[in-house]
Ligand binder design. Structure first.
Ligand SMILES: [Zn+2]
Length: 232
């Protein structure tokens, strides 16, 4: 094999690895985002159950106030009852007192319902908070793994780049430029083996003179069809 092609094959190997590692690095921010997105559902559940719990608390306080207002009215009416001497007035007041009392019974019933509801809302809230804490732990460790991978990949990339630079210094700049152009346009595959006069890059048969030139191994020869550098 022509020594320069041997060097190019090593460079191509480094370049293919670099390409893979760089696309791994490019994917990391998305992976990070996806990990964080996983917290969204759990966070929303906590927010919704927190809101439902608070609304229930407010409803209970309002009922408490409604009951207190009616109790105050009853107290006032009882004072007025003691002061009045008219039987019909007394009866009207008695009627109002009874109304307020039956309203209080109803309010106390719904207060009890809300208290029971509050207990189950509080359980749901705690359950959702626990889930969020669990998810947070998982996501935190996922993010730590992603960070560590980034460090490792970056390290590997700079090692490969140094290695590539060293090997490149043994190759004529013109040939290296040619290789770089083909590697870029053929998306990671610039040096191809000629097998049975067929270029393994484009799978086309080369002309007899090209096949002869490749086999002679005197000069760097490219495929007639795709322009890839050929070796045998
Ligand atoms: Zn070809």
């Amino acid at each position: 094999m022509i020594p320069e092609i041997e060097q190019l094959l090593i460079i191509q190997d480094r370049d293919q690895k670099l390409k893979e590692l760089n696309s791994d690095i490019e994917r990391l921010p998305l992976e990070e985002l996806q990990a964080k997105e996983r917290l969204k559902a759990a966070t929303t559940s906590v927010e919704i159950s927190e809101k439902a719990f608070m609304e229930n608390e407010i409803a209970m306080k309002n009922i408490e106030l409604d009951i207190d207002t009616r109790k105050d009215s009853i107290t006032k009416l009882k004072v007025q009852q003691m002061e009045t001497k008219k039987n019909d007035e007394f009866a009207v007041m008695e009627h109002s007192i009874n109304n307020y009392q039956s309203e209080i019974v109803k309010l106390e019933d719904s207060q009890l319902e809300l208290m029971e509801k509050g207990e189950s809302l509080s359980e749901t809230l705690q359950h959702n908070k626990d889930n969020l804490a669990k998810d947070q732990k998982i996501v935190d460790s996922e993010l730590a793994i992603i960070r560590e991978r980034k460090i490792q990949i970056t390290k590997k990339v700079s090692e490969l780049e140094i290695d590539r630079k060293e090997i490149s210094s043994n190759i004529a700049p013109d040939l290296l430029d040619q290789y770089n152009r083909i590697f870029k346009s053929k998306k990671g595959d610039a040096v191809s083996e000629l097998i049975n006069d067929i270029c393994s890059g484009c799978h086309m048969k080369v002309t007899p003179s090209t096949a002869l030139a490749v086999k002679a191994e005197k000069v760097v020869t490219t495929c007639d069809q795709c322009g890839r550098i050929l070796y045998i």
